[in-house]
Ligand binder design. Structure first.
Ligand code: FAD
Length: 316
């Protein structure tokens, strides 16, 4: 399919390409129609930041509805996340959402950062628990669960608050029923959720059905990862206890040494999954961009959601 050709089963996306909307709340954007969003992580060096900003420029072609920036466990990227979110939110036409984890932080540290975000015009926060230290030492801090952070965010400012959802259940959940119960309680106080990545649309739809049965109506945006690096995504997936379908992974492994072929398979698989999710009623797609432009651009084109189609190169 040619880039920019809408796929028949994919709903169209509101065209926000001509208006700046960095002040928008993500819950309002979701209420207007399906969203396309992108997730980045804060690079460690100034050069890395410059490269990321080039990537973000390339991705303007997708006209994202919002983007988000991750936060290192225990605050390890606190200043880098903050600086990137505040500057990009001021520079770009769309909102930039700050991820924030609460484990290991005091209430006053979190409140101070939230006040700074509010004063800087950042209106969207993804509230996360974060992971306890890998060595088993006590995390410290005033909070244990993401729901407590959502409550603090509500006290500090008028933010649109997202939370994480795990279609295949959170790896620390002792069983599926308690996972869904705690997630339903969290979604009751949040405005929207974004999921951990997964590879079978049925995992997402089963979670949504189970939450609907518990009375949840909060929009849940599926997170989709283009698998451009099968080795590292496999490591993440195994840590997150995300099931990797054998046939799909055999395809990635068969092209692992051919960069162009791998990109093609990664884009095709992510676009197929996104298409199935959107056709089934998902309120948007959140792409784990891994700070690279090519795969998200390819997925956007396959969905017909690349609002400014690529100009084909010509030989003179
Ligand atoms: P919670 O919702 O608090 O849940 C954690 C566990 O506690 C679950 O098993 C839940 O069932 C259980 N639980 C919840 N409430 C209770 C209760 N009252 N009593 C008993 N058990 C309870 N990590 C980062 O460090 N930085 C990031 O930027 C980041 N971004 C992410 C973005 C997305 C979209 C996703 C899906 C995850 C992200 N994470 C990030 C990972 C996340 O921090 C970890 O998965 C973490 O272990 C749990 O966070 P949570 O917000 O889901 O926790």
């Amino acid at each position: 399919m040619a880039p920019g050709t809408p796929h028949s089963s994919v709903p169209s996306r509101p065209d926000r390409s001509t208006s700046a909307h960095q002040d928008a709340r993500i819950d309002d954007l979701l209420a207007e129609g399906p969203t396309l969003s992108l997730e980045f992580f804060p690079p460690k060096t100034d050069r890395g930041v410059a490269n990321l900003l080039d990537t973000v420029d390339e991705l303007e072609d997708l006209n994202p509805d919002f983007v988000s920036v991750t936060y290192g466990a225990g605050g390890s990227t606190r200043d880098r996340t903050r600086d990137l979110v505040v500057s990009a939110n001021a520079d770009r036409n769309y909102p930039v959402m700050a991820h924030l984890t609460c484990v290991g932080h005091t209430r006053s540290e979190l409140a101070e950062l939230l006040e700074d975000y509010a004063a800087s015009g950042v209106r969207n926060i993804l509230a996360l628990a974060g992971d306890p230290p890998a060595d088993g030492s006590p995390a410290g801090g005033d909070f244990t669960y993401a729901t407590e952070l959502v409550e603090l965010i509500r006290e500090v400012g008028d933010f649109s608050v997202g939370v994480a959802a795990h279609p295949e259940t959170h790896p620390r959940s002792p069983d599926r029923a308690s996972d869904r119960r705690h997630l339903a309680d969290k979604l009751e106080v949040a405005d929207f959720a974004i999921t951990q990545f997964f590879f079978s649309a049925s995992d997402y739809f089963e979670m949504v059905d189970e939450l609907t049965a518990l009375g949840v109506t909060t929009p849940i945006v599926p997170g989709v990862i283009p698998v451009t690096n099968p080795v590292s995504v496999a490591r993440f997936a195994d840590l997150a206890k995300a099931h990797r379908p054998h046939e799909l992974w055999a395809r990635y492994e068969s092209v692992a040494d051919d960069e162009a072929a791998l990109m093609e398979v990664a884009v095709e698989a992510a676009a197929n999954l996104a298409e199935e999710l959107l056709a089934g009623g998902a309120p948007g797609v959140h792409l784990y961009a891994l700070n690279r432009a090519e795969a998200p651009l390819g997925v956007g084109a396959r969905l017909g959601w690349r609002i400014r189609p690529a100009v084909e190169a010509t030989d003179g």
